[in-house]
Design a protein around this ligand. Structure first.
Ligand SMILES: [Zn+2]
Length: 300
């Protein structure tokens, strides 16, 4: 932007004062301090786009976004509003994954509310052309791998993303926690696996090779969460995962419309690491995706 002589205030969150600071830094770059662990291993949007490069197939062939929130939990838009934004973005299918009841701080929903949302999704789906909304959930998972929802409710869903939201500052090895979550029969995808958050916590450690190999053996997917402050799994762990047979899932974890565009962070990480699209479930047609979940659910 600066090289083109445009104003830096065109950029989101940049006002005149920050714009002036940036110009001073361009002219006389300050010394960059060592990156603290809580900020290490994050890509900028420019880096993500550079990794995608000219290969338009990453965006063109992507069929789905598999994590997003609505007003049912802590998202800011309704099911039909979210669906309209995703239809504009050309997706074939999306998963609406509101939080489950074990996470009241994020407005987690109980079984009765989930049933109501499933009905609403059915109604919205009936009016959609070319986009299918999957009835899904971001289920809160305990450190013992257990979920917080009635299995009968979970069986009705098209997809369950299981995520840890507590005890994310542990420094001891957490391999057992991941194996327990993967062995939970109702979990299909492990969401934002490390639980890291930019500038706040560096995330959990585990024997990642064992975790990815276990996920692969169970046929489950690990998420590449596109939220810029998460980027979870990140490049460093994706390199380990690439060399196993594990499947991946991409989710923006969007809570409002503009966050749907963060998908480039996941695509950039996957492109950078050289993950074959074939192993990212979002690149599968809907019928293949449904068959995959059906198999995990023990359905024909
Ligand atoms: Zn989450």
């Amino acid at each position: 932007v600066a090289a083109e002589g445009r104003s830096l205030t065109e950029l989101r969150s940049v006002g005149p004062w920050v714009g002036r600071l940036l110009h001073l830094w361009f002219e006389d770059p300050p010394e960059v301090p060592e990156v603290p662990a809580t900020r290490a291993g994050f890509m900028s949007l420019a880096e993500a786009r550079a990794a995608i490069g000219d290969d338009d197939s990453w965006r063109r062939e992507l069929r789905a976004d598999l994590q997003m929130h609505t007003v049912y939990s802590d998202g800011s838009e309704t099911v039909s509003e979210v669906a309209a934004h995703c239809a504009e973005r050309g997706y074939e299918y999306i998963a609406i994954t509101d939080h489950s009841k074990g996470l009241p701080i994020a407005g987690g929903i109980d079984e009765a509310t989930l049933a109501g949302q499933m009905d609403e999704i059915e109604r919205v789906n009936a009016d959609l052309d070319g986009l299918t909304i999957l009835r899904a959930l971001e289920m809160n998972i305990g450190v013992d791998g257990s979920g917080d929802m009635d299995p009968e409710a979970l069986k009705q869903l098209d997809l369950v993303v299981g995520s840890f939201h507590s005890q994310l500052r542990k420094t001891e090895d957490q391999t057992e926690r991941y194996l327990a979550a993967l062995e939970n029969p109702f979990v299909h995808i492990v969401g934002h696996p490390r639980g890291r958050m930019y500038n706040r916590r560096r995330g959990l450690d585990a024997d990642w090779k064992v975790v990815f190999e276990t996920a692969a053996a169970l046929g489950k997917a690990m998420e590449i969460n596109a939220q810029p402050a998460r980027q979870d799994l990140q490049v460093e762990l994706l390199e380990i995962a690439r060399d196993t047979e594990v499947l991946f899932s991409i989710g923006t974890d969007a809570h409002y419309e503009s966050e749907l565009d963060n998908v480039e962070f996941s695509l950039g990480a996957a492109a950078k690491v050289g993950i074959p699209k074939e192993r990212i479930v979002n690149f599968w047609p809907l019928d293949r995706f449904r068959a995959w979940v059906g198999e995990l659910q023990g359905r024909p």
